[in-house]
Design a protein around this ligand. Sequence first.
Ligand code: 5GP
Length: 369
Amino acid sequence: MTKIIHDEEQLDFPDVMIMPKPSTIESRADAQIVLPIKFKWTGRVIEGNPAIASNMDCTGTFKMAKELQKHQMFCALSKHYEAAEVIQFLKTNLDEFGTNDYVFVSTGLREHDFDNLKQIMKTGLCKNIRLDAPNGYISGFVQHLRRIRHAFPDAVIMAGNVVTPEKTAEFIKNGADVAVVGIGGGSQCSTRAMTGIGRPQFSTILDTVDAAHAEEGLLCSDGGITTPADYAKAIAAGADFVMMGGYFAGCSEAGGQLVRKLIETPEMDLTTGNPVYQVKKYRLFYGMSSEYAQKKHYKGMQKYRASEGVVSLVPYTGPVARKLQELEGGLRSAMTYTDSRTIAQFRNNTEFYKVRHQLNRNSKAIERE
Ligand code: 5GP
């Protein structure tokens, strides 16, 4: 038996770096990080910054949505909110900000999800839908996408997840404005360890972006962002949206339970000779396919299913505003280094180096939190 092995090298964000270029941009303030985002099926245009919080329970919260939209960034709400709660949020948010353009209402493949979605869309308060299934390859997915497009012709639809160009194009053709790519690269994901399925995220973007654009659709990269640099690389690779969970999970606006731990430090109290302790704060962060999430939402794991997500404590990082400033600052700076005044120029201008090491081994840049 001959097995096909696709042996083209598959890269992740840490495997590449962006090449600097002679630049005429004097100040980072000249880098324009908000751009008009045009959606195929309705022709709607939203001025936005391409970041979107993941529709996980811990990051797709109402508080997160409120903060992100102040930066013209997006938030996909968790699909586990009841329709009434979402409607209440959308009403107050509309009063406060005058728009719900930066909010996506999430839905899955179950009938209950569709009923919830219908109730929310009926109010006309929100016109953005995130259709999410961990495996966008199952045949029912495209059928469901068509059903949603048919039911809500005025909506922007973001659908996924897949990792190949054929499916990306199929989603756009069948009603999605944005195809979401990424399987196995999420911080709370154990799909790769449990099943062997997945694809490194940087190569996934490179290989799918043309398929989305050829159908006049957009591409959202989902998973694997750990630093502002990864965010800049995802955009430079061509992603029109970049979805993030872990990057936001430790923030005040995140939904995971706050946990305090007493940690022994390496220091000693010189008068008593006792070790010095310090209180450290964490937030619980669980994958949406973890046993924890399955128990919470579906009364436990089915016997035929294995958990494909993990639960962990992530360091508490304070208000999300700081993390957003870092994303914006990193992107502006990367654009300045590559002579890109706009995000469109940044996508076109950028060349990458393939690298073995990203950081000086003594660097604390990534462990800083
Ligand atoms: P992160 O930004 O944390 O690296 O990745 C976030 C993405 O991971 C989510 O948007 C979603 O696509 C994916 N994800 C969330 N929970 C789970 C899970 O339990 N299992 C798997 N396989 N993926 C997950």
